[in-house]
Write a protein that binds this ligand. Structure first.
Ligand code: TXA
Ligand code: MG
Length: 337
């Protein structure tokens, strides 16, 4: 029996399905597709009904704007106006890649896509499948991460299937994503270039092109980055952060079927106390790449997760931003010994 909210027999297919994907987008449907950061849930950015169905499939609040994906910077005038020279410089240097630039939107772009804002976040993904799908669809593609709202972002096609089965017709499979966390979001629509969400393109890298760049700190300005006020990346089992491997191990051992997740150095020390561990790797890039995937695996095998708190550790700024949301900011602070 088919349920009205689960109308689709969701298929996972490879690049042989690019034309089919483009056809679905053109017809106002949804397609999940790979990018180098996380999988996206795409629809024609100019089709209001299609964009509305993204919000419905995700269970996402409609005051959270979507990123619009284009295949090359030649498409910029199709979504943005008054594009400053800096935007071209940034796209030149970092695109295709994990950078989203917020610019004034053209009037024709529907407000549902930008959650009522007069600006639009634009990205050129570094995935051939993604760019080819958009080019063949012939329209800019609005796409949030392809997870149910609040859940851990998907980095494989099966991750997407877990959250979206029955809700969308097609998932394009491009294997595991390279970067593993979402793009850096920088706005050029305000007084000073401002990073609204940290990612693999760091504030230092942006400063080399732009000069002064500020960070989004302190109170969240709702009109600027509505996405920031919602709970994100939450595993389905309880999760805490820990500053120190010994405390992490102690907590894990006291919780029964629990695991400590962190960098090689951190879990190496935790393991000496006899707890279960998962090693994310020894560089920020490796850890970013495995973080979300690991949370999705760990929540199925364990009843409690203890995650390394990366705050202040050089190179781990963006990863700390995501993981601290997974454990809702609950951190076991280092005890003086
Ligand atoms: O890597 C990524 O960016 C992935 C892939 C699929 O491209 N997409 C993604 O989308 O992470 P999403 O919807 O999960 O996150 C988009 C975030 C929003 O939460 C919002 O904070 C910010 O980007 N954003 C989008 N448009 C904006 C705008 N016009 N002004 C300010 N922030 C915006
Ligand atoms: Mg998301």
């Amino acid at each position: 029996m088919s349920c009205p909210e689960m109308p689709f027999d969701t298929k996972i297919k490879g690049e042989e399905a690019l034309d089919e994907a483009a056809e679905i987008i053109r017809g106002g449907g949804l397609v999940a597709f790979p990018t180098e950061t996380v999988y996206g849930l795409g629809a024609d950015a100019f089709n209001e009904d299609a964009v509305e169905s993204i919000f419905l499939a995700k269970g996402r609040p409609q005051d959270n704007p979507l990123i619009v994906h284009i295949p090359s910077k030649e498409w910029l005038p199709r979504v943005a106006k008054n594009v400053p020279e800096e935007a071209y410089l940034l796209f030149e240097k970092f695109s295709p890649g994990p950078l989203t630039i917020v610019l004034p939107k053209i009037d024709q772009l529907p407000l549902i896509t930008t959650a009522g804002l007069q600006t639009v976040g634009i990205r050129i993904p570094n995935s051939k499948i993604a760019r080819e799908m958009i080019a063949r669809a012939g329209t800019p593609v609005a796409a949030p991460s392809a997870n149910r709202s609040g859940r851990v972002s998907p980095t494989t096609a099966p991750d997407v299937y877990e959250d979206m089965a029955g809700r969308i017709p097609l998932i394009l499979d491009g294997g595991s994503t390279d970067v593993g966390i979402e793009s850096t979001v920088v706005t050029l629509a305000g007084e000073l270039p401002t990073v609204l969400r940290p990612g693999a393109v760091t504030i230092e890298m942006l400063s080399e092109v732009l000069g002064k760049v500020v960070n989004h700190k302190g109170k969240v300005v709702v009109a600027e980055a509505p996405g920031m006020k919602y709970r994100h990346y939450a595993p389905v089992v309880p999760c805490v952060g820990a500053e120190d491997p010994a405390d992490a191990a102690k907590k894990a051992l006291s919780e029964g079927n629990a695991v400590v997740i962190g960098s090689s150095e951190f879990v190496g020390k935790a393991e000496t106390y006899g707890c279960k561990v998962i090693d994310l790797g020894s560089t920020p890039e490796e850890c970013m790449n495995k973080a979300f995937r690991t949370l999705r695996v760990a929540e199925k095998r364990y009843d409690f997760l203890v995650v390394e708190h990366f705050e202040g550790k050089s190179g781990y700024y963006a990863l700390n931003n995501r993981l601290s949301k997974s454990y809702g900011g609950v951190v076991i602070r280092k005890k003086p010994r």
